[in-house]
Design a protein around this ligand. Sequence first.
Ligand code: AMP
Length: 111
Amino acid sequence: MDCIFCKIVKGEIPSKKVLENEKFLAFYDINPSAPVHILIIPKEHYENFSTTPSEIFCEISEFIKEVAKEVKVKDYRLITNNGKSAGQEIFHFHIHLLSNPNGKLKWPKLV
Ligand code: AMP
């Protein structure tokens, strides 16, 4: 399997971990778009949101709240790019958690 996030899960590629449990992993984005930019993934491989079972999506939402507590951010934005033309580059389902604890996140025009 060539998936880069699967390799991160297996420890074959290093990552700056924030939190993990049996099913999910959170680590810092290598190329942050905000002062806090964390990626949250299921350890099991699903291509993207469209192919992720709803139960996993439910469970990951609880994990995301734990991640936010762990890094002590109250206000944050969640994004998932679903498909190539939506900006998805890595085809292992992930949610971006973005925060600017000392200011406001911009809401840029996307096209
Ligand atoms: P997306 O465009 O939604 O697929 O997002 C992929 C994200 O993965 C981008 O924000 C990249 O900066 C990030 N990324 C790629 N490789 C790594 C890595 N080895 N460790 C952490 N983040 C990564």
